[in-house]
Design a protein around this ligand. Structure first.
Ligand code: UDP
Length: 239
């Protein structure tokens, strides 16, 4: 039995409050907001539209471009505006997490741009961004095999927990009089129907069995998340 106690009193398999809303950016072709507690992302989709310059066009399929960024005051210590190595990496993994569900061959020579902005951040923002982007793409009417859902699973102390916060990401224990990091962050994106992962990252250390446990918890959590996403899409259709 694990002994770690979550600072906000949540169960190990409990996420923060999830909110999802579709159609939050009127000028976009599709848009959505998704939040885990105070980690909040807005995604706006533009396209599919013809790609310029022409030499970038692919006659076989549409180009998907995702841009992730955080507002400077979304975090406790102001983030310098503009792209960084971190935002470039997250934009890249977001693109590859979403690509497997999109029927990009339906739009040769075209581009779909997905802008993801983090309004407030308390860890797991790449996952909130993927969830918002997946909803925004569906709202834009892009043909998809299914929605993508993402969550950050963590090994914090001796426990595998769902939807970690910044405080949990920074969790330390005392060993031989020294403070050492005792948190591993494992963000993942799941295609629930296909039962496949489209993103798996790992920052820290875990054993193979712990990784398997983390993936199982990720899949279980994403089954709940995808239902919330579907409800949000249904709501906007009814409006
Ligand atoms: N963070 C920050 N300043 C930065 C980048 C990140 O304070 O410039 C915080 C923010 O709360 C973020 C968390 O660190 O959510 C974890 O960042 P990470 O790179 O692990 O990505 P995330 O967990 O947000 O997907």
């Amino acid at each position: 039995m694990a002994t770690y106690k979550r600072p906000d009193g949540r169960e190990y398999d409990e996420t923060r409050k999830i909110e999802a809303k579709v159609g939050v950016v009127k000028r976009a072709d599709g848009s959505a907001m998704f939040s885990f507690g105070s980690s909040r992302a807005i995604a706006a989709v533009y396209g599919p539209r013809q790609l310029h310059p022409q030499h970038l066009q692919n006659p076989e399929k549409c180009l998907l471009r995702c841009y992730y960024d955080m507002l400077p005051f979304s975090v406790a210590e102001r983030k310098r505006p503009g792209p960084s190595r971190r935002s470039t990496e997250i934009s890249y993994v977001t693109t590859s997490a979403l690509s497997p569900v999109l029927k990009l061959e339906a739009f040769p020579n075209a581009v779909i741009d997905v802008y993801i902005l983090i309004i407030e951040a308390d860890a797991s923002t790449r996952c909130a961004g993927i969830n918002a982007a997946s909803l925004a793409l569906a709202h834009a009417g892009v043909p998809m095999t299914e929605l993508v859902s993402a969550v950050s699973i963590g090994k914090i102390g001796d426990a595998i927990v769902a939807d970690i916060t910044k405080e949990e990401e920074d969790y330390k224990i005392k060993k031989d009089g020294k403070e050492i990091k005792a948190a591993t962050d494992i963000p993942m994106a799941i295609l629930s129907r296909a039962n496949k992962l489209s993103l798996l990252q790992l920052d820290g250390k875990v054993t193979l069995d712990e990784l398997k446990e983390a993936i199982a918890l990720g899949k279980k959590t994403c089954k709940k998340i995808v239902e919330i996403q579907k409800q949000a899409l249904k709501k906007v259709k009814e409006e």
